[in-house]
Design a protein around this ligand. Structure first.
Ligand code: NIG
Ligand code: FE
Length: 409
């Protein structure tokens, strides 16, 4: 592992000890920085930093030096919601969408999640691992330093475990820290149509206990949505999860609203993800609760859906994180610089708010706040060195430009 001294940094961004809770209110609008700074990374961790005039370079004479004149240095982003283990991309559905079909219409024609599951079923664990690892390396090279990955393209015990084992192997590769989420309730397999209860019976009675016993996941998730899983399924899956040490995440209110938000809050979900369609009542049920709202602007952009009312959430002091939702069906994009832009342009967050949602609050959204998401002594030395830039706001402003000069991982 190489040791580094970054010198003459134009601005060292997100320098803070981690707050006890996700950022809200005024704190959410501020990003602490040190201008004209240095940063030392030793043994993969933040070791020292401060204003340039305090650097005693002789102490670090054996370290590799990088002159960062004109560049910003940021902690790597945290991506708290991805589905990166899949067998095959679905650009054929992209073309169908251009021709006017909706996400639900494509699913009804045999596309969507069930189609992805068919391809996972015919792929060996080895091939799935190799191509997922390749994907993860590309994600890291784009500026992501920690990630959550969901199963959900298996839909049988055998294939869900196959995906969870792939995620476990990705964890063991130590490329970046990984959290695993068990999402068997992602779609109803065709052979269970008309028998949803039987499918959920298996999940709650057998699959969740087995995943817990084998310690293959940190969280359990479900797609609580019209045509997928309902409030009763949410109750059952939440109750089965509570008997384990795993936390609860819920895909909710992506296309419709029917009480899933307040029900998931009642079950003390760690995060609620999507939230594009939200009533005033849904919003108010999230106020003064520990549950984090995870908003996915890449999905709204790609599917031409409404954007989650993130501005109202922030104004109500609801803790907010942003993630990519990287998956082959609704958000085939993992670049968090792009999500930073979409968050500013379409969610009406300030550049500072969006960055806090992609670092500090995103690390809370996957239980990694003790080591990721900020520049602090002992924190992960996963660092973005940007291209030369006039200001922090330039990064989300110049959307689509490659802002990443070098990733220290
Ligand atoms: O988060 N909404 C459900 N699950 C994914 C999409 C999965 C797929 O279409 O393959 C999402 O958007
Ligand atoms: Fe998702």
């Amino acid at each position: 592992m190489r040791n580094w001294v970054l010198t003459n940094i134009k601005s060292l961004v997100q320098v803070r000890s981690m707050p006890e809770k996700p950022l809200v209110g005024e704190d959410f609008g501020r990003v602490p920085c040190i201008d004209h700074a240095y940063l030392v990374i030793r043994d993969g961790k933040v070791f020292d930093f401060g204003p340039m005039e305090n650097l005693n370079q002789e102490v670090f004479s054996s370290f590799s030096i990088i002159d960062c004149s004109g560049r910003f240095v940021l902690p790597a982003f945290c991506d708290s919601h991805t589905h990166l283990v899949f067998a095959k991309s679905r650009e054929n559905e992209f073309v169908q969408k251009i021709q006017g079909l909706s996400y639900q219409e494509i699913a009804a024609l045999g596309g969507g999640i069930v189609n992805s599951a068919m391809h996972v079923a015919t792929m060996t664990e080895e091939v799935l691992f190799e191509q997922s690892k390749e994907r993860l390396l590309k994600i890291v090279a784009s500026g992501t330093g920690a990630i959550e990955i969901k199963s959900g393209y298996g839909l049988t015990l055998e294939n869900e475990l196959k995906i969870l084992r792939v995620i476990q192997r990705l964890k063991n590769e130590n490329i970046i820290p990984v959290k695993a989420t068990f999402l068997a309730a992602h779609a109803l397999p065709l052979e269970f149509i008309g028998r949803k209860k039987t499918y959920v019976d298996s999940i709650v009675n057998t699959w969740i206990p087995k995943v817990a016993e084998e310690q293959l996941a940190d969280y359990v998730d479900l797609f609580c949505e019209t045509g997928y899983f309902d409030l009763e399924d949410l109750d059952r899956i939440a109750e089965a999860t509570q008997k384990t040490s795993m936390g609860l995440k819920v895909h909710v209110n992506q296309f419709s609203t029917f009480g899933g938000v307040s029900r998931a809050i009642h079950h003390k979900a760690h995060t609620l993800d999507h939230l594009e369609i939200l009533t005033e009542e849904d919003l108010l049920s999230m106020v003064n609760q520990p549950t984090i709202a995870t908003v996915l602007p890449g999905c709204s952009f790609f599917l031409n859906l409404p954007y989650a009312p993130a501005r109202s959430m922030v104004d109500h002091q609801i803790p907010l994180s942003i993630a990519s939702d990287f998956n082959p069906g609704s958000s085939p994009a993992y670049n968090l610089f792009l999500m930073w832009s979409l968050a500013c342009i379409n969610l009406r967050l300030s550049p500072e708010e969006a960055l806090n949602a992609l670092t500090v609050n995103a690390s809370f959204a996957m239980g990694m706040e003790a080591e990721q998401g900020a520049i602090f002594k002992g924190y992960a030395g996963k660092i973005i060195i940007t291209e030369k830039s006039p200001s922090l706001a330039y990064f989300p402003y110049a959307f689509g430009e490659n802002h990443l000069h070098q990733m220290i991982n």
